[in-house]
Design a protein around this ligand. Structure first.
Ligand code: NAD
Length: 461
């Protein structure tokens, strides 16, 4: 078993269970409130020195850190895979994505620049970016390295110091990541605390300047409230309930393969997973047949869910839907035996009042409702408190145009559920969060803009 107690923490002990076989994999001691306060103090005292360094020097440290993660990616992927169940090859791919993100921010940091303004010709007027100070980076388990690398890279390269709290479901992965990164930076620049919600809450309430949280909507709301009390900026990338619209003119086989990819990849544990499907009546029958066949094809290559807690929540939504009239064409029940496995599940005859259609499920579930028109699909897709992303499969350019203009989501994907260009950064809407969590714009979020008006002193002093 991996012991990470020595890295951070003098409080309660948590054990992570391997979701494949139910065997304990990591034991971690949570950080106490004193540990959290000490980490924030260390970050605060390191902040002025780190902020004074030339951006190119900070970027060089980040490049070196990225190389270390790359060299350690196989071992890091094994820890990730054991803690949250992602197949090892996929875990290595996401670590490679994280390394790429660190390198992108290392390149972008030194060219992140302000502006000069056109004022009094005898004066100089500037808008300059400054680091915000201490950034709390609180992350989830579903893509633990790549998500953390984005926030850490952007925060550090812009001259902030960081206190990072990885998810209590992947503390070994998060601790190892920090252990590999931290030696590349001066003492106190990158600090780790470990633990679950109460530790995150203590960090969010601490005297930091930014709380960057990627995680559930419920947690994001409590963090926003904590930030309102302390004056810290809240940067929130939270949950979604992304719709997929299948228009009347698409090939139902292809649409089913897109739907399955969106709903089943990473066992449905992706923030922008397809969470609900609206299919046009004219293609509904062949689409559902093909989606059921896709579920059969996905079954053997799917990893488990992260743990039994999530599996129970997923299964509860599925059972509620079935009780309310949905029919499970595939899956729909947790298997007996160890681990947190759940089969790819296709639910037909779903209605919008079911939790599986209204809330984020975060499991390999594809709930389907039949619609009579594209208009109806758009209306029902837009009827949500979330606003992370939305997907549309259509051969009609006018339908595509109407969809991306009208859907209230940060990202709209037409005819491909994944695969957007690198560097895309969107504003999530309403319950899905606030601010740019990705892309070059994340550098703006991690910095504060100062306006400087610099006049010459009067002559004759
Ligand atoms: P979570 O919010 O439960 O946990 C995320 C982090 O927040 C963990 O480190 C956790 O310990 C911490 N936390 C929990 N309670 C806290 C509190 N009261 N105060 C401060 N911190 C607290 O989320 P999760 O279950 O780990 O992750 C899954 C969620 O993350 C899903 O909703 C998914 O959609 C979302 N997610 C969003 C994005 C995105 O970019 N929008 C990306 C990945 C995951």
């Amino acid at each position: 078993m991996l012991e990470v107690a020595q890295l951070a923490g003098t409080g309660r002990e948590l054990t992570v269970i391997n979701p494949r076989d139910g065997v304990p994999v990591t034991r971690v001691r949570c950080s106490s409130s004193d540990d959290v306060a000490a980490a924030v103090r260390a970050a605060r005292s390191a902040a002025p020195g780190w902020a004074r360094l030339a951006p190119a020097d900070r970027a060089a440290a980040l490049h070196a850190a990225a190389a270390t993660i790359e060299a350690s990616s196989v071992a890091l992927a094994e820890i990730m895979s054991a803690e949250m169940g992602k197949p090892a090859g996929e875990a290595r791919d996401t670590i490679a994505a994280g390394v790429g993100t660190l390198r992108q921010y290392a390149e972008l940091g030194p060219v992140h620049r302000g502006r000069t303004l056109a004022g009094d010709p005898a004066a100089i007027d500037l808008m300059v970016y400054e680091p915000r100070g201490v950034v709390a980076v609180i992350t989830p388990w579903n893509d633990p390295v790549a998500v953390a690398c984005g926030l850490l890279g952007a925060a550090l390269v812009t001259g902030n110091t960081v206190v990072h709290k990885p998810s209590e479901r992947t503390p070994g992965t998060g601790s190892r990541l920090v252990e590999l990164l931290a030696p590349h930076f001066p003492d106190g620049v990158l600090n780790l605390v470990n633990g679950d919600g109460p530790v995150g809450a203590a960090l969010a309430a601490a005297p930091v300047d930014v709380v960057a949280h990627v995680g559930s909507t419920a947690t994001g709301r409590t963090i926003a409230a904590a930030c309102a009390r302390t004056g810290a900026k809240a940067l929130l990338e939270n949950g979604g309930c992304d719709p997929l619209i299948v228009d009347a003119d698409v090939d139902p086989q292809w649409a089913a393969s897109q739907a399955a990819l969106g709903a089943f990849a990473n066992s449905g544990q992706i923030c922008v997973s397809v969470e609900r499907i609206y299919v046009h009546r004219s293609v509904a029958a062949p689409f559902l047949d093909a989606l059921a066949a896709e579920a059969d094809a996905w079954q053997p290559r799917l990893g488990p869910l992260v743990d039994r807690r999530l599996r129970d929540a997923v299964d509860e939504q599925v059972q509620q839907a079935v009780k309310a009239g949905a029919s499970a064409l595939r899956g729909g029940a947790a298997p007996a035996g160890p681990g947190a496995w759940y089969p790819p599940t296709v639910l037909a005859d779903c209605t919008d009042d079911m939790a599986v259609m209204r809330e984020e499920t975060f499991g390999p579930v594809a709930p389907v409702a039949v619609v009579s028109s594209f208009e109806e699909a758009l209306t029902r897709a837009a009827d949500t408190t979330y606003g992370l992303a939305a997907n549309v499969l259509t051969g009609s350019m006018s339908h595509a145009q109407r969809a991306w203009r009208s859907l209230p989501a940060g990202t709209v994907k037409i005819n491909a559920v994944f695969g957007g260009a690198p560097g895309g950064a969107a504003h999530p809407r309403r319950s899905s969060g606030q601010g740019f969590g990705y892309g070059p714009e994340l550098l703006d979020e991690m910095t504060a803009t100062k306006v400087v008006h610099l006049s010459a002193p009067p002559t004759g002093w």
